[in-house]
Design a protein around this ligand. Structure first.
Ligand SMILES: Cc1cc2nc3c(=O)[nH]c(=O)nc-3n(C[C@H](O)[C@H](O)[C@H](O)COP(=O)(O)O)c2cc1C
Length: 175
């Protein structure tokens, strides 16, 4: 399976990255092909709503920034992992810009390979996930018709070992 991980954390060794690493280790044991985009290290602007993509652009975005590296990965992916800290009750702004740019190609008719989505969320306080989960349901499960195959959360200073173990097993047991 081709898995695309969109990492919305700017911190190189924060909770989000630790969750991703545990998942990756599990998925790699089964030979899944994994691409990861650390969106905070990229130059990805927000959508301009210019509608070029749906008119003259024929599914291509007019903005030639680093999102051009993400589009082919997204088109090939069977599974998407949205991994993010919670900032002001939602995904980070950098990740939100990336998701908004799905607009150019992001319909279920165009993303024919994509079948599954998972979300990994890190927060300071517990139970701060409603904003991100609203997007998961509305944008990914309902609009893109994806199967939600897992949601994993961690809050505070460290990711508990049992969550890391569960993420490893989640990656390892993906079908
Ligand atoms: C700009 C900003 C906004 C944040 N907003 C929230 C919030 O609304 N709720 C919350 O529980 N934690 C909030 N936090 C804390 C982060 O979610 C928390 O530190 C998380 O572990 C960061 O993920 P990371 O370790 O992967 O970087 C915020 C942190 C920052 C920097």
């Amino acid at each position: 399976m081709k898995i695309l991980i969109l990492n919305g954390s700017p911190r190189g060794n924060g909770l989000t990255v630790k969750m991703i690493e545990a998942f990756r280790k599990g998925a790699e044991t089964k030979g899944h092909s994994i691409s990861q985009v650390d969106v905070c290290r990229k130059n990805i602007h927000g959508c301009l709503a210019c509608e070029y993509c749906h008119t003259k652009g024929n599914g291509t975005c007019i903005q030639k920034d680093d999102m051009q590296q993400v589009y082919p990965l997204l088109k090939e992916a069977d599974m998407l992992v949205i991994a993010s800290p919670v900032y002001y009750h939602n995904l980070t702004g950098q990740l939100k810009c990336t998701i908004d740019r799905f607009y150019a190609i992001g319909t279920k008719e165009q993303l024919t390979n994509l079948k599954k989505v998972a979300m990994f969320l890190a927060s300071g306080d517990p139970d701060m996930y409603d904003g991100a989960l609203f997007s998961l349901k509305g944008d990914f499960e309902d609009y893109l018709n994806l199967e939600v195959s897992g949601v994993y959360t961690a809050n505070g200073e460290e990711v508990p070992q049992k969550t890391l173990d569960a993420l490893f097993a989640f990656g390892r047991d993906l079908m």
